[in-house]
Design a protein around this ligand. Structure first.
Ligand SMILES: Cc1ncc(COP(=O)(O)O)c(C=O)c1O
Length: 331
């Protein structure tokens, strides 16, 4: 896939406007929208979005991975941002309609069609700093994407940041633009000062998530990750990885854990660490940077368990293993 991840778009998208109710779905050119400069979204960040993927199977069919989960999360983000209530059926129709239109453009695995539903507050009202937008726009963009790590296996350097916070502590489960805006300065500092790929936010030592993925630690046959609360995004990949780990006979510990325990476990040769998210799937972390020192994770190389769990997830997505959990929706 030419170009950087997420920079190519299909020429059309589906849209619907909300104004005292949702308007009919329309299919329009995807290179522009027309909004008043006073639109709520530009001033008060009334924006949330989703990221999910459609895959081409060998029999020519196209399958969307866990669409219901992503629609439900967009509903929840919209509710927490006081955007108009999402119509779940309309949203699903908008997604399947535009993916159906571009079925022939869905690239073969490991590439996929990335789907970006976006919901924004459109009311021209610059006095509504402390009030929601009464009108909104929902649109579904499509972007064909290649393998996030271009065929190679990830080997990530991650900065542990126990001072910075990604977003307000009660706002992490919203997939909203504001959270990415507040995380950006920490991510930039991690790149610039530590040559790190990402920041793992761990305010007061509590291991949360990175700027664009959830975090899992694997020690022997145990997979450890933070339990769901309001402080971080409830990843669809995280949940899928935990389900697959359980069916591999691993024990899943959803519990809070701190930097000290993380680094202690990383010093053991078999330990593995990974980032779970739609874009990166499950990518190995091989180095942590903490207070100016570098810590190798286990052997310092991407480990076999992360590779196998990622393989099991990809096999379902790509139609190479049976979809026993009914995660795929045929377009
Ligand atoms: C902040 C953040 N955490 C976690 C995730 C992982 O979520 P999912 O697995 O649903 O893509 C993402 C998005 O991909 C994210 O942006």
């Amino acid at each position: 896939m030419a170009g950087e991840f997420g920079t190519q778009f299909m020429p059309q998208m589906t849209i619907s406007n909300y104004d005292n109710g949702w308007g009919e779905m329309q299919t329009v050119d995807a290179d522009k929208i027309c909004l008043h400069p006073g639109a709520h979204v530009f001033h008060y960040a009334s924006t949330c979005f989703e990221g999910l993927k459609a895959f081409l199977h060998k029999d020519g069919s196209v399958k969307i991975f866990r669409m219901d989960k992503n629609i439900e999360r967009l509903r929840q983000s919209s509710e927490l941002l006081y955007l108009p209530p999402l119509d779940l059926e309309l949203t699903q129709n908008m997604i399947t309609s535009i993916v159906g239109q571009y079925k022939k453009e869905v690239p073969a695995a490991p590439a996929s069609m990335y789907i970006r539903p976006t919901h924004i507050g459109t009311e021209a009202a610059i006095g509504k700093a402390a009030a929601p937008s009464d009108t909104s726009l929902l649109y579904i963009l499509l972007s064909p994407v290649g393998d996030y790590f271009s065929g190679g296996e990830a080997s990530l350097r991650i900065l542990l940041d126990d001072i910075g916070v990604r977003c307000g502590p009660d706002h992490g489960m919203v997939k909203g633009g504001g959270n990415y805006a507040s995380a950006l300065k920490h991510c930039m500092r991690a790149h610039k000062e530590h040559n790190a790929h990402q920041v793992l936010f761990c305010p007061d030592g509590d291991i949360q998530e990175t700027g664009a993925a959830n975090f899992v630690l694997i020690d022997g046959d145990t997979i450890i990750t933070k339990p769901l609360d309001d402080s971080f995004l409830h990843g669809v990949t995280r949940e899928s990885v935990l389900t697959l780990s359980k069916s591999r006979g691993m024990s899943v510990e959803e519990r809070n854990f701190g930097v000290e325990e993380l680094l202690e476990r990383c010093a053991k040769p078999g330990t593995e660490a990974g980032l779970a998210g739609t874009a990166a799937v499950l990518a190995a972390v091989t180095t942590f940077i903490y207070k100016g020192k570098e810590y190798q994770v286990g052997s310092g190389e991407p480990g076999p368990q992360i590779r196998e769990i990622r393989g099991a997830l990809n096999a379902i997505q790509w139609g190479e293993a049976e979809d026993t959990h009914s995660w795929l929706h045929t377009v």
